[in-house]
Design a protein around this ligand. Structure first.
Ligand SMILES: Cc1cc2nc3c(=O)[nH]c(=O)nc-3n(C[C@H](O)[C@H](O)[C@H](O)COP(=O)(O)OP(=O)(O)OC[C@H]3O[C@@H](n4cnc5c(N)ncnc54)[C@H](O)[C@@H]3O)c2cc1C
Length: 330
């Protein structure tokens, strides 16, 4: 059976069976999952994101193992339910009426492994925070991951987005990725086989990253690594707002800077409801307290229109709209 698309940026079709499908799905999970796996109905998602807007997930699950993840996917497939992956929610905006699907988080501790392989490579579980990856690598005297330190995501989200900062990209340090297809098959792919681009990894549109084997780092001194991290932290501290946000809202256009275009168009401080173009960094939209997803979409629309009219450049969102396509709302 072909399964529904897993990933956030697709429009979610309402399950063809109607509302009855949800109890059927929950019932079908009985005795299939280990007691450590958490499954909840109507779980609020806003607190699970850095932007802090949006409604609940119809069903939210934190599988505790590969087998439980497989069972969730198989049953969701059988019931034709949409499946969405949530990392640390730092590159997402949740729609105000939530997500009518199964939202899976690899938040259980079993996905947070950091270990050194016998050949010197590092295994990083998809649920490991990038901050912890950097911290553990620093402690072990393993340089090369410093650029990831201030990115508030998980390894899984960073793989899907090919997250980058300070001149480095996630896939610069990846040797292979272990993933699960939506049919529940586990595969390992070499970095060279994967289609990776600016804020994009093609294979993870249709699959779930379970973790990655990171290239063998050179030996380094913890103090030097720490010093480099401090430099990056200072740079971020000076250039990024502190209010809730989802990071850079637009992708940089080829050869340009979205933040510079927005700033030069005079849009810092522009507001729709409680969503505001940050005065600190024009490519951040911040939540000034009670912003809604509708406020953010309205502001994205306004900024795009004004930059296009002033500078002739059409900005494309970098942040994802969970379960929807920007083109359907802009
Ligand atoms: C203050 C701030 C600063 C930021 N700075 C940067 C920066 O410098 N550089 C940068 O690149 N980004 C930055 N970001 C954006 C964000 O942190 C990154 O894109 C991060 O990699 C997203 O990880 P996440 O775990 O939060 O993923 P989420 O936001 O939860 O998800 C992002 C996408 O990944 C998918 N996904 C999540 N986990 C998996 C998985 N295991 N398998 C398959 N798909 C998965 C989701 O379905 C979604 O499509 C910043 C954000 C904030 C709030």
């Amino acid at each position: 059976m072909s399964l529904p698309s897993p990933v956030s940026s697709r429009k979610i079709p309402f399950p063809p069976q109607g509302d009855a499908v949800w109890p059927e799905f929950l019932l079908s999970l009985n005795h299939r999952l280990s007691p450590e796996t958490r499954v909840r109905e109507r779980e609020p998602l806003a607190p699970r994101t850095t932007m802090r807007v949006g409604g609940p997930a119809r069903i939210y699950a934190e599988p505790a193992s590969v087998e439980d993840l497989r069972q969730l996917l198989r049953e969701a497939g059988r019931c034709a339910l949409p499946v969405l992956l949530l990392g640390r929610g730092s590159n997402l905006i949740i729609p105000d009426d939530g997500v009518d699907g199964l939202v899976i988080s690899l938040g259980h501790e079993s996905w947070r492994e950091f270990s050194r392989q016998p050949d010197g490579r590092i295994w990083a579980g998809a649920g490991l925070r990038l901050k912890n990856l950097c911290g553990l690598a620093t402690k072990a005297g393993l340089p090369g991951f410093e650029f990831l330190e201030g990115i508030p995501g998980s390894v899984g989200g960073a793989l899907r987005m090919n997250a980058g900062a300070m001149g480095g990209w996630m896939f610069d340090v990846v040797d292979e990725v272990q993933l699960m297809t939506m049919q529940g098959e586990v595969r390992t792919m070499k970095r060279a086989e994967m289609h990776v681009d600016y804020r994009h990894c093609g294979e993870l549109h249709e699959a779930i990253a379970l973790g990655a084997c990171l290239k063998r780092p050179a030996a380094g001194a913890s103090a030097d690594i720490r010093r480099q991290i401090d430099v990056y932290q200072k740079k971020r501290g000076e250039s990024q707002p502190r209010e809730p946000s989802a990071g850079c809202i637009f992708k940089n256009p080829p050869g340009g800077s979205a933040g510079k275009l927005i700033d030069e168009t005079g849009l810092k401080g522009l507001r729709v409801g409680d969503a505001e173009v940050s005065a600190v960094h024009a490519n951040f939209i911040v939540n000034r307290g009670r912003a809604t997803c509708a406020d953010i979409i309205g502001l994205v629309r306004e900024v795009r229109a004004r930059v296009q009219s002033a500078r002739g450049v059409v900005l494309e969102p970098e942040v994802l709209l969970f379960g929807q396509e920007w083109r359907d709302v802009l």
